[in-house]
Design a protein around this ligand. Structure first.
Ligand SMILES: [Zn+2]
Length: 282
């Protein structure tokens, strides 16, 4: 409920929200105005534009200034910067200086854009790509955690919501989160029932995206069925928000079946919402 109240206040609306997407990724540069219009046509009221690095943080802020009625931004640095196989991997050298300057730069951006930046992220940790790399793994985990903590400190200081990426790290992420007084949504949550329950008990939110519609994701559907029970036929998005369950697209990634093979966009949050209601209803 706390996250729902926070977002309702910051967004000035209820209704269907895409709580995690990357409008700031270069993929939407040519037609962002059309993409926002498409979302409005599907009754999507608000879009949270989530950054992955400093450049995209600035782009997300620009988007929220350009489309103030629909878009709000989240700024932060994805753990990928410390994951050796990732495209944005920056190496482990000079990471300490990087972390210090990063906190200052994010802090300045936050102070200059109080109206438009409503959250911190994407941040979190990811062990998925570290299999079979013992030495790199140790270094990567250490730095990912430091980077995550910078975001947690900023969120605590500035009282901002976090959008948290966690893949194969749910236990550690939940443990670390307990050390801070923060609100956060575990976006694209695909962990088990016990982790989901623990997150909700700790006041955290869970983000559902098109993964729940995939044939291979029976385990994800089982977790949410167990968490939600039967959903009333006429359930509105708020019914879920009050239970700390939110919807997102992660666009341009994770397209639902209607956009298979194509770039995903925020309008498909409607399809994801409908899928959940229609599959789990009374
Ligand atoms: Zn994302």
């Amino acid at each position: 409920m706390e996250i729902y109240n926070y977002l309702k206040l910051k967004l000035g609306s209820t209704g269907l929200w895409d709580t995690h997407c990357h409008l700031n990724s270069g993929e939407f540069t040519p037609d962002i105005a059309d993409i926002i219009e498409n979302a409005k046509q599907e009754e999507v009221k608000k879009i949270l534009d989530v950054a992955t690095d400093l450049e995209s943080s600035k782009q997300a802020i620009d988007n929220s200034i350009r489309f103030p009625l629909t878009v709000k931004s989240f700024i932060g640095i994805d753990p990928d910067v410390f994951i050796p196989s990732a495209k944005m991997f920056k190496g482990f050298e000079q990471s300490e200086q990087f972390l210090v300057s990063l906190k200052n730069e994010l802090s300045t951006l936050l102070e200059q854009n109080v109206e438009n930046v409503i959250g911190i992220g994407e941040t979190g940790m990811d062990y998925y790509w570290l299999k079979d790399k013992p030495v790199l793994r140790e270094n990567s985990i250490l730095l990912q955690e430091k980077l995550f903590r910078i975001h947690l400190e900023l969120a605590e200081e500035k009282k901002l919501l976090l959008t948290i990426h966690s893949r194969g790290t749910e236990k550690r992420v939940l443990e670390i989160l307990k050390e801070y007084k923060v609100l956060g949504i575990l976006h694209s949550f695909t962990g088990g029932f016990d982790e989901a329950k623990e997150a909700l008990n700790n006041g955290l939110g869970l983000g559902i995206n098109a993964i729940i519609t995939y044939k291979t994701a029976e385990n994800v559907r089982e977790v949410y069925k167990k968490l939600l029970g039967k959903i009333p036929n006429d359930a509105e998005p708020e019914w879920f928000y009050k239970k700390n369950i939110f919807f997102e697209t992660d666009a341009p990634y994770l397209s639902p079946s209607s956009l298979r093979g194509k770039r995903n966009e925020p309008k498909s949050v409607k399809e994801i919402f409908n899928f959940v209601v229609n599959n789990f209803k009374f």
